[in-house]
Design a protein around this ligand. Structure first.
Ligand SMILES: Nc1ncnc2c1ncn2[C@@H]1O[C@H](COP(=O)(O)OP(=O)(O)OP(=O)(O)O)[C@@H](O)[C@H]1O
Length: 261
């Protein structure tokens, strides 16, 4: 059981997930995952392919229902969904809508378009460095810019918690590094709580306060590693011995879990 405090925004208690298979059996994706996430924390989640990282975010988001265990938001389980924003690996933009109108998808769907939501979209365009591109269509943007729109869309309703599932996985290495730093800048403005899934250990360490390391399927928590490097973080941090030590420690954890299976 995780130790809970007043500032916890998400608490996972003994989460397990079994998926039914077509042959009538089951696949266990998660096994007894417990974690407390504090308000404003940036948590990265790493683990081998198929260990249940996406499943974990989908359960928190409410897109999947766990087989057992509980997810608690703040002090209650209710009305949490509008506190959550999710960013996927593919930004899933509507190609026939401009950038501005892609940001407005949710207000348009929920008939909440008003002066405040339009103003929010404009301020996000500025924050994301896309003010020149509001009237452009997704196919006129680079991959990094498209992903920025995806992040903007998740931020439209000002969620307290941002769930990010390999958001930079489809980007080239340089764009990816820059996007990580941009994300930290956005995060620094109002310190949302972030859960960030990635396959890159250096990216996980560069961004996070803590890195959750998962075992191969069924995903359990191998360890939760503190990253006490000073902020603001910069790419130069990657070359420091402290950074290298944390990365090596996580790599070792993943390797030992891999060989134990
Ligand atoms: N809807 C589903 N039905 C059946 N099995 C599923 C379903 N979704 C995921 N799984 C299985 O559950 C396990 C965990 O999948 P999940 O996508 O959560 O892993 P992941 O860690 O995010 O993987 P990756 O890093 O490759 O994206 C996998 O074995 C996968 O095949």
């Amino acid at each position: 059981m995780p130790t809970s405090t007043d500032t916890d925004v998400i608490r996972l208690d003994s989460l397990s997930m079994l998926y039914p298979t077509k042959s009538g059996g089951t696949v266990q994706a998660l096994d007894d995952v417990s974690l407390s996430v504090r308000s404003g924390e940036f948590i990265s989640i790493v683990g081998p392919s198929g260990c249940g990282k996406s499943t974990l975010l989908r359960i928190i988001m409410g897109l999947s229902r766990q087989t057992s265990g509980t997810v608690t938001f703040g002090s209650s389980e209710e009305t949490h969904r509008n506190q959550l924003g999710m960013v996927f690996q593919q930004p899933l933009l509507l190609p026939w809508r401009t950038v501005r109108k892609n940001l407005m998808i949710s207000p348009d769907l929920h008939h909440t378009r008003d002066a405040a939501t339009l103003e929010k979209a404009e301020s996000l365009l500025v924050m994301l460095g896309l003010e020149e591109f509001g009237d452009r269509y997704p196919n006129e943007l680079s991959g990094g810019m498209q992903q920025r729109v995806g992040i903007g869309r998740a931020l439209m309703h000002d969620p307290r918690i941002l769930l990010m599932d390999e958001p930079f996985g489809a980007l080239d290495a340089m764009t990816r590094d820059q996007m990580g730093l941009d994300l930290l800048e956005i995060w620094d403005q109002d310190r949302k709580t972030v859960l960030f899934v990635t396959h890159s250990i250096p990216e996980a360490v560069l961004l996070a306060d803590r890195v959750v390391v998962m075992t191969p399927r069924p995903g359990r928590l191998a360890d939760v590693v503190d990253v006490s490097l000073p902020r603001p973080r910069r790419l130069e941090n990657i070359n420091t011995p402290e950074f290298g030590e944390i990365v090596a420690h996580i790599r070792k954890l993943l390797d030992s879990e891999h060989s134990a299976h």
